[in-house]
Design a protein around this ligand. Structure first.
Ligand code: NAP
Length: 288
């Protein structure tokens, strides 16, 4: 079994981006500028935005975080998005999800200029991605593909079972892996899938993105399969300073010995997600 080290891959890609940015600066070009809008005080969202801000600094991007109060109205947020759409100084921006309940997330996503939608959530980018056209691909699916590419894991003709059909992970990664170049035969599972364990056990590549801690057990995994664990669940742990630990969707200790490759949680897909956001932002800058 080989551990897929997301931190190592992310560090290598981070160095590549930093080199490109340094070259841009040397040519007298403006550095890429990423803006994150954070509405409210959700702890996990604050942590994620903090990580994105730090990564921007590491690759040489300019970053701005707009912190708005939880009671910000939908119309005010739409005004802010309109302003960023028209701001020539901003190459890409993201609205950190989830948003407070009184704001319609879909309306917000659709208000973002697709050329600045570096999260790749706008229907125009999703549609282009599905058709195999150049698009901003959402960060987690792109991060998973980068891991498979870095470890040269064969995908052509392999049966890939994706557990989860969300718009941000399951559905896009299933679609991308079915496209030419990746050439997997893909099965996408969800909460209504019958005989889920049997279906998963036929996967040469299993991508677990359902958000249920340690759901995937050894009996569900074919010997030699590649297992990508996307899930992140906070489990209370009094031993930790934070009071919790992060657990994936895969029961790592019993599944790992059966796999050819496996991602750990944390340190697998997570670090890649931020890097893919940086890659999209660099591309947005280059396209403008
Ligand atoms: P989500 O929107 O809640 O979607 C979960 C999907 O899993 C749904 O399609 C759901 O089916 C399916 N599902 C739930 N229970 C199931 C079961 N018992 N059997 C089969 N399918 C089941 O979640 P998400 O946003 O895709 O995120 C999934 C996990 O990945 C979460 O733990 C999240 O924190 C994590 N995540 C990690 C990263 C990262 O950077 N590492 C990024 C994004 C998300 P239905 O459609 O039928 O309800």
């Amino acid at each position: 079994m080989q551990l897929i080290d997301g931190k190592e891959v992310a560090a290598a890609l981070r160095r590549e981006i930093a080199t490109e940015v340094a070259e841009m600066v040397a040519r007298g070009e403006r550095t890429p500028h990423l803006v994150a809008i954070l509405v409210g005080n959700d702890g996990a969202s604050q942590t994620y935005v903090g990580h994105k801000e730090k990564c921007c600094g590491e690759v040489g991007f300019r970053s701005t975080v707009l912190r708005l109060p939880a009671e910000t109205g939908e119309a005010d947020l739409l005004d802010e998005i309109e302003r960023l759409n028209g701001d020539d100084d901003v190459d890409g921006f993201i609205v950190q999800l989830p948003l407070p309940k009184h704001i319609d997330e879909q309306k917000i996503i659709e208000a973002i200029d697709p050329r600045k939608d570096v999260d790749g959530f706008h229907p125009e980018n999703v549609g282009r991605m599905v058709m195999g056209l150049p698009a901003f691909v959402s960060a987690t699916p792109d991060g998973i593909l980068q891991l498979l590419r870095y470890y040269k894991i064969p995908t052509a003709g392999k049966h890939c079972v994706v557990i989860g059909r969300s718009n941000i992970v399951g559905r896009p990664v299933a679609n991308l892996l079915s496209q030419k170049g990746w050439d997997c035969t893909v099965t996408m599972c969800h909460s209504r899938t019958e005989n889920l364990a049997e279906v998963v056990a036929t996967g040469d590549i299993v991508i677990a993105a359902l958000g249920k801690a340690e759901f995937v057990i050894a009996d569900m995994i074919k010997p030699g399969a590649v297992v990508i664990d996307v899930g992140i669940t906070r489990v209370p742990d009094p031993q930790k300073k934070s009071g919790f630990r992060l657990v994936g969707d895969v029961k790592f200790d019993e599944v790992a010995p059966k796999c050819s490759y496996i991602t750990p949680v944390p340190g697998g897909v997570g670090p890649m997600t931020i890097i893919s956001l940086m890659r999209n932002t660099l591309r947005a800058r280059q396209l403008r």
